[in-house]
Ligand binder design. Structure first.
Ligand SMILES: Cc1cc2nc3c(=O)[nH]c(=O)nc-3n(C[C@H](O)[C@H](O)[C@H](O)COP(=O)(O)OP(=O)(O)OC[C@H]3O[C@@H](n4cnc5c(N)ncnc54)[C@H](O)[C@@H]3O)c2cc1C
Length: 322
């Protein structure tokens, strides 16, 4: 286990040599490889290992490092459609609709640059009667040897520009909550925390078999909630309340009304600059659920807005990018 989020690469092997980039090189680029392993972790989680020589240059900037999975729309190869460099997105948008690949966001659960491998844990949300999407369907059908292309960091860095949102203050208690799509990020975050930092993480997963085993340091408590037949987030609300009371931050703040966040207006995403003392909270998952949790923290429990990072990872009924 590493002790700093910015150093998160697997320590199963020696530390990788630093990747040297010319000045001004883009921070992100496309990496091509293949699916090297497919591991069913639980009824709803599938771990895919992507590997290839290009991944030896993959940089991880923090515990919740995000990437984009690039998926063919027409069944053809995608790499030749994409260009590296600052203009990649404009060129991507200029592709004809029927050829423009799907982009879907995922978290790097682990990276082993020396071996040229990264792990991504995918929620199989379309498998049991749920709504299919290109990424969930692709992952469910993935076999060893399938080609894969991801957009990811070209060198290790720190900070938001690198696709990392976890940036807590140096001191104070930590609180994390999320649904199954946030399990990979929260798992990586809590496993990388230093020993002794008081932390509670509350995770809601679809069924009992989705409770995963995590190697967390002393001071970190992970609470799993099984959704079962309940509505998404229903179990999280009271569990979040109880956890924050235990952390000593439940002081209802009369008159504090967080400004409403408009779900229809775009992304639900706010990551304040950490710095406040006290408890730092990090919420991620389905946007409607995250919005309710945030209201509970800020309005009902009096957690300062500036101490709550919240991220709508996906939105019920809407495909990513729509
Ligand atoms: C920073 C970030 C990190 C993320 N990390 C991960 C990760 O590590 N693992 C992971 O599995 N997901 C992760 N997600 C969420 C993932 O990007 C979405 O679930 C994505 O929509 C899946 O793409 P799709 O092509 O399968 O479905 P889409 O085409 O985007 O959506 C199709 C339909 O499926 C629904 N849908 C999408 N996701 C789910 C779901 N999980 N459960 C139920 N219905 C769903 C949509 O509402 C829509 O109706 C992350 C998102 C962000 C922003």
């Amino acid at each position: 286990m590493t002790t700093a989020t910015t150093d998160r690469v697997s320590t199963a092997t020696a530390e990788p040599a630093p990747v040297r980039q010319p000045a001004g090189a883009p921070e992100f680029r496309f990496f091509s490889g293949t699916v090297a392993r497919v591991q069913r972790l639980s009824p709803n989680f599938l771990r895919l290992t992507f590997a290839g020589p290009e991944f030896t240059g993959f940089g991880v900037g923090g515990a919740d490092q995000r990437i984009k999975l690039v998926l063919s729309r027409d069944g053809g190869p995608v790499r030749d459609l994409l260009t590296d460099g600052p203009g990649w997105y404009q060129e991507y948008c200029a592709l004809p609709d029927e050829r423009r690949p799907y982009l879907r966001t995922y978290t790097v659960r682990d990276a082993r640059p020396l071996l040229g491998e990264i792990d991504v844990d995918v929620v199989l949300h379309g498998v049991d009667g749920g709504q299919h999407g290109p990424a969930g369907s692709w992952a469910a059908a993935a076999v060893v040897g399938d080609p894969v292309v991801v957009l990811g960091p070209d060198r290790s860095g720190t900070g938001r520009a690198w696709g990392v949102e976890w940036a807590p203050p140096a001191e104070g208690t930590l609180f994390l909550a999320g649904d199954e799509t946030a399990v990979p990020a929260i798992s990586a975050i809590v496993e990388a925390l230093p020993s002794g930092r008081r932390t509670i993480a509350v995770l809601e997963v679809p069924e009992a078999g989705d409770v995963l085993s995590l190697a967390v340091p002393a001071g970190v408590e992970v609470r799993w909630l099984v959704r079962g037949a309940r509505a998404r987030g229903e179990a999280l609300g009271p569990a979040v309340h109880a956890a924050l009371c235990e952390l000593g931050v439940a002081a209802p703040a009369a008159g504090v009304e967080p400004e409403d966040v408009d779900l229809d207006g775009g992304m639900l995403w706010e990551v304040p600059d950490a710095g406040a003392d006290g408890c730092y909270a990090w919420l991620a998952g389905e946007a409607g659920m995250v919005k309710k949790l945030r209201r509970r923290l800020v309005r009902d429990l009096g957690v300062p807005r500036t101490s709550v990072a919240f991220m709508g990872y996906w939105r019920l009924g809407a495909a990513e990018g729509s």
